[in-house]
Design a protein around this ligand. Structure first.
Ligand SMILES: Nc1ncnc2c1ncn2[C@@H]1O[C@H](COP(=O)(O)OP(=O)(O)OP(=O)(O)O)[C@@H](O)[C@H]1O
Ligand SMILES: [Mg+2]
Length: 584
C-alpha cells in the first residue's frame, strides 16, 4: 500500500508535522495553567493572569491553525491514495480472467472496491493524524509528568502493563472476527447485487418474500458478528477508564502526601502542579485509549488489505504472448484451427466440456455450430478469443497460436457477439461504436442496416441518440441482440462469431440478416452458433457438437443424409420451421 502513498509524500510529512505543532500547544497549556494558578491566582497577581491568559489564547489559535493544516494535508494525501488504490483494484478487476472472476464473486469484488478500500483509507488517515497525536501526547505527557515529579511518571508507567495486557487480550479475540465481518459483508453485497440485477426475475416468480428473507439472513449474520466484535471491544473503553481513574487516585494520593511534606517550599509540590499533573495523566491515558482503538482499526484494515492484495496480486493468467509484436504482424486471413483441444472449466476438473477437438475453419467460410444446450458450443468459441485457455491442445488464428498474440490484437481480429446481449447505459450509437469509437456515422448506419436494426432504431424517439437504460432494459430482447450484432459488425474483424445471437429474432428478420451478411461481409470468416436448423442451413459447413465431441461436419444436405443427431434435430424442428415458411 505504501507504493500508492509514495506519490503524496510531501503531504504525508506535512500532516504529522503540523499535528506536532498542535500537540505541542496542547502540552504547553497545562504548564501555563500551573503558572496562572500558582503565580497568578494564589498570589493575586491579576496582570500576570491577563498576560498568561493572552499567551494561552495565542497558543490555542496557533495550535488550531496547525490542526486545520494537518487535517487538510492528511485529507489530500488520503483521498488521493484511496482513489489510486480503488483505481488499481478496479483496473485489476477489469483484467481478471473469466476464471478468476468466477472464483471471487461479484459481491465480494464490490465489497473490496468499496468497503475494504475505505477501511485502508481510514487507517492511512488515522496514522497520519491520530497515531502521531496519540504517540507524541503519550511520550510528551510522561516527560512533562517527570518534570513535575518522577513519582507521577512512575505511577503512569506502572499502569501501562495493565493497559497493554487489556489491549492484547481484546484484540487477540477481535482480530479473526474482522475477516469474518468482511466475509459477511461480501455475502450481503452478493445477495444485494444478485437481487438488484435480477429484480425482474424475482418479480416474475413472485420471489420477493424469499429473496427478502435471504437478504435478511445475510444481513442478520453480518449484524451478528458485528455485534459480537463490537460488544467485545465495548469492554475495552471502560477497562481503560478504570485504570485511568485508579491512576488519578494514586496520583492525587501521592500528590497530597508530597504537598503535605514539601508544600510551600521552593521547588516543592504546589496545587497548580497537581492540577497540571492531572491534566497530563488524563492526556496520557486518553492517548493510550486512542492507541488501543487504533490498533483495533489497524487489525481491521489489515484484514481489508489482505483482501485487496488478493485482487491486486492475483496472477495474470491470460496475458500477451512473449513475442506478441511479431505474432501481431502476421497476415490477417481469418483462418482458425483447433488442434486436439480439450477443455475443463477450472474448478470443475472432473467434467471435460470439450474432448479432443481438431478442426480447421477456412478464411471467408461460413461455419455453423449446432448442438443441444450444454454441448460446449459457447465454450468452444470462447477459446478463440482466449476468454479461457484450452486445457490441452492449441488454438490457432491465422496460423498463429492464440497464446502468442497480444490480447488486444487477437481480440481485434475476432469479433464476438456473446450469447447474452449486454448493453450499457448510453446512447444506441455509443453502444454500437463501443468497439470502434472512431467509426463514422455512415459506417454505424451500415452496420445497423445489416444487423436489421435500422428500422427500429429510427422509430425510437431520438433515433441513434436514444438513451439505453441500464442493462438495455428499455429495449426488447431481439432489439438488444441486433444492436450487439451491429456493434460486432462495425468492428469489421476478419473473424465474426455469432453465439446464438439471432435466437430472439423472428425467422424473416433472421433470414434478412443472413442475406445481408452474405452480401456485405463476404470476405469475413463467420462462425454461427445456433439452435435452429433454419439459422445454419445456409452455411458452407455445419458442425454438430454432442457433449463436447464433434459428431459430424458437412453441408446441410450431407448431414441430413448421414448424421443421426442432425436428422433428429431437423425432424423436431421441421414442423415449426415449415409453419414459419421462411428459409435462410
Ligand atoms: N463458467 C463455467 N464454469 C463451469 N462450468 C461451465 C461454465 N460455463 C459453462 N459450463 C458448463 O460447460 C458446459 C458447456 O457449456 P456451454 O455454455 O459451452 O454450452 P452451450 O453449448 O453453449 O449451450 P447453450 O446452447 O445452452 O448456450 C455446460 O455443461 C455448462 O454447465
Ligand atoms: Mg452457449
Amino acid at each position: 500500500m505504501l507504493k500508492y502513498l509514495k506519490k503524496y509524500w510531501v503531504c504525508c510529512i506535512l500532516a504529522p508535522v503540523c499535528m506536532l505543532g498542535e500537540i505541542g500547544m496542547d502540552l504547553l497549556q497545562p504548564d501555563i495553567m500551573k503558572s496562572i494558578v500558582d503565580d497568578g491566582v494564589v498570589k493575586g497577581n491579576v496582570d500576570l493572569i491577563v498576560t498568561l491568559g493572552v499567551k494561552m489564547i495565542l497558543l490555542v489559535l496557533f495550535g488550531g491553525v496547525c490542526g486545520i493544516l494537518s487535517g487538510v494535508f492528511a485529507n489530500f494525501a488520503t483521498r488521493h491514495f484511496g482513489n489510486d488504490v480503488r483505481k488499481a483494484v478496479f483496473t485489476r478487476i477489469m483484467n481478471l480472467s473469466f476464471e478468476q472472476t468466477d472464483a471471487i464473486s461479484t459481491g465480494s469484488l464490490i465489497t473490496r472496491l468499496s468497503n475494504d478500500v475505505s477501511q485502508v483509507e481510514m487507517m492511512v488517515m488515522m496514522s497520519m493524524r491520530m497515531l502521531v497525536r496519540s504517540g507524541v501526547m503519550f511520550l510528551g505527557g510522561i516527560f512533562m509528568l517527570y518534570r513535575i515529579s518522577p513519582k507521577f511518571a512512575l505511577i503512569t508507567i506502572v499502569c501501562l502493563p495493565f493497559v497493554m495486557v487489556g489491549v492484547w487480550f481484546f484484540l487477540r479475540k477481535a482480530t479473526p472476527m474482522f475477516s469474518i465481518v468482511q466475509k459477511k459483508l461480501d455475502q450481503v453485497n452478493h445477495v444485494m447485487q444478485e437481487d438488484v440485477a435480477g429484480a425482474r426475475v424475482v418479480k416474475a416468480y413472485v420471489r420477493e418474500g424469499y429473496e427478502m428473507d435471504r437478504f435478511d439472513a445475510a444481513n442478520q449474520e453480518l449484524v451478528g458478528v458485528n455485534l459480537k466484535v463490537q460488544t467485545l471491544l465495548a469492554f475495552m473503553g471502560p477497562y481503560m477508564n478504570i485504570i485511568m481513574n485508579l491512576a488519578v487516585i494514586a496520583l492525587l494520593y501521592v500528590g497530597a502526601l508530597e504537598y503535605q511534606r514539601l508544600g510551600g517550599e521552593e521547588g516543592g509540590m504546589s496545587i497548580g502542579s497537581i492540577m497540571q499533573a492531572l491534566t497530563y495523566v488524563t492526556m496520557i491515558l486518553h492517548s493510550v485509549t486512542f492507541l488501543a482503538n487504533m490498533f483495533q482499526m489497524f487489525t481491521r484494515a489489515n484484514a481489508s488489505m489482505i483482501r485487496l492484495r488478493e485482487v491486486l496480486d492475483s496472477p495474470e493468467i491470460i496475458t500477451d504472448g512473449e513475442n506478441a509484436a511479431e505474432a501481431d504482424k502476421s497476415e490477417k486471413k481469418g483462418s482458425i484451427r483447433f488442434e486436439n483441444v480439450s477443455f475443463r472449466y477450472p474448478g470443475f476438473s472432473d467434467r471435460p466440456v470439450l474432448n479432443n477437438i481438431s478442426l480447421t475453419i477456412e478464411p471467408g467460410e461460413t461455419f455453423a455450430i449446432l448442438g443441444t444446450t450444454g454441448s460446449g458450443k459457447s465454450t468452444l468459441v470462447n477459446l478463440i478469443s482466449r476468454f479461457y485457455d484450452a486445457s490441452e491442445g492449441n488454438v490457432y488464428v491465422d496460423g498463429v497460436n492464440v497464446k502468442d498474440f497480444g490480447l488486444t490484437e487477437l481480440r481485434n481480429r475476432v469479433s464476438v457477439v456473446l450469447q447474452k446481449a449486454e448493453l450499457y447505459s448510453r446512447s444506441i450509437k455509443e453502444n454500437i461504436t463501443w468497439g470502434r469509437p472512431d467509426a463514422s456515422f455512415e459506417e454505424v448506419e451500415q452496420a445497423a442496416r445489416a444487423a436489421q436494426a435500422e428500422d427500429f432504431i429510427k422509430r425510437q424517439s431520438d433515433g441513434y441518440e436514444t438513451f439505453v437504460t441500464e442493462g438495455g432494459h428499455s429495449l426488447s430482447g431481439g432489439q438488444k441482440q441486433r444492436i450487439s450484432i451491429a456493434r460486432a459488425l462495425l468492428k469489421h474483424s476478419e473473424i465474426l462469431i455469432l453465439d446464438d445471437s439471432t435466437s430472439a429474432l423472428d425467422l424473416r428478420t433472421e433470414a434478412a440478416f443472413h442475406e445481408a451478411l452474405r452480401r456485405d461481409y463476404q470476405g469475413i470468416t463467420k462462425i454461427i452458433i445456433a439452435q435452429r436448423i433454419a439459422s445454419v442451413r445456409g452455411a458452407d459447413r455445419i458442425m454438430v457438437l454432442d457433449h463436447g465431441n464433434i459428431s459430424a461436419i458437412g453441408t446441410h444436405e450431407e448431414l441430413l443424409a448421414s448424421c443421426d443427431l442432425y436428422q433428429e434435430i431437423y425432424r423436431s424442428q421441421l414442423k415449426s420451421d415449415e409453419k414459419g415458411g421462411v428459409r435462410s
